[in-house]
Design a protein around this ligand. Sequence first.
Ligand SMILES: Cc1cc2nc3c(=O)[nH]c(=O)nc-3n(C[C@H](O)[C@H](O)[C@H](O)COP(=O)(O)OP(=O)(O)OC[C@H]3O[C@@H](n4cnc5c(N)ncnc54)[C@H](O)[C@@H]3O)c2cc1C
Length: 250
Amino acid sequence: MKRIRKIRVLNISQISPNMKRITFSSNDLNDFPENENGGYIKFLFSKNLSHNKDSVVRPYTIRKFRKKNLELDVDFAHHSGNQGYATKWASQTRIGDEILISGPGLKQKINVNSEWFFFVGDMTALPAISAYLEELPKSSIGFSVIEILSKNDQINLKKPKNIKIKWVVKSNQNEDSNLLDTVRELKWLDGNPYIWVACEFSKMKSLRDFFQKEKKINKKEMYISSYWKSGLNEEEHKVIKKIDALEWVG
Ligand SMILES: Cc1cc2nc3c(=O)[nH]c(=O)nc-3n(C[C@H](O)[C@H](O)[C@H](O)COP(=O)(O)OP(=O)(O)OC[C@H]3O[C@@H](n4cnc5c(N)ncnc54)[C@H](O)[C@@H]3O)c2cc1C
C-alpha cells in the first residue's frame, strides 16, 4: 500500500488557456522520491481529509518535484462539458487548500538506447512528454506529435534540438482530430524507435494499430496507454482499459 500524503496548494498559474499548473508543498513530501518526473501520483478527492475511505481517485503526472523546497508541480488540462471531480477541483482550488495523494506509481522506463524516439499525446499527456523530453540525451532524434485544444496551448518545451515537435489543434467539428494523420505523414526514420503514446482511448487504439500492424513495432519497444475515455469517467475507463490490456496481443 502506497503512503498517503497530505499536500497543500502553494501556487496556481495558468500556463496556457487550457492548462493550469498547481504547485503543492508539504513536509509530507520529505520522503517523496526524486527522479519521478513523468511518472504519476493519484489524487484522492474526499470530503474528509482525515481518512481516505470512499474517496474518488484520479491519476495525474508528476510534472516536476523540487526536493530542496519540497515542491511538486502538477499540470491539469481543462476539459469542459460533464466535468469530473479532478477538473472541477482544479478550477476552484485556492492557495492553502489541502488534498491527499498516493504514490508515486511505477514510472515508465524509456529505452534511451533506442535509435530514435516518437512521442504522441494529447494535453493530458503533455506533462509527461515534457518531463521525458527534458531527460532525453541531448543527441536524441525523433518526433513528438501533441494534440492541443487551441493554438495558444502551444508551450515552449525543453528538448533535444533534433526532436521535432508537431502541434495539432483539435477540431471542434471533427472529434477525430488529425492526430493519427499527422503521425502517419511524418517521414519514418531508419533504425529502431522507442514509441511513447498516451491519449484518449479510441485514439490510442488507432495509433496502436498503426505502430504495431503497419510499422511492425514490438510491444516491448513501446509504451502505449489511454489516459481517459470520451464519455466515461475514470472508474468506467479503468474497467475498459483493463479488458483491453488483457485482449491486446503483442
Ligand atoms: C498515468 C496517467 C497520468 C495522467 N496525467 C494527467 C495530467 O498530468 N494532466 C491531466 O490533465 N490529465 C492527466 N491524466 C488524465 C486524467 O486522469 C483524466 O482526464 C481524468 O479522467 C480526469 O478526471 P475528472 O475527474 O476531471 O473526470 P472524470 O470524472 O474521470 O470524467 C468526467 C467526464 O469527463 C471526460 N473527460 C475526462 N478527461 C477528459 C479530457 N482530458 N478531455 C475531455 N474530456 C475528458 C470523461 O470522458 C467523462 O465524460 C492522466 C491519466 C493517467 C492514466
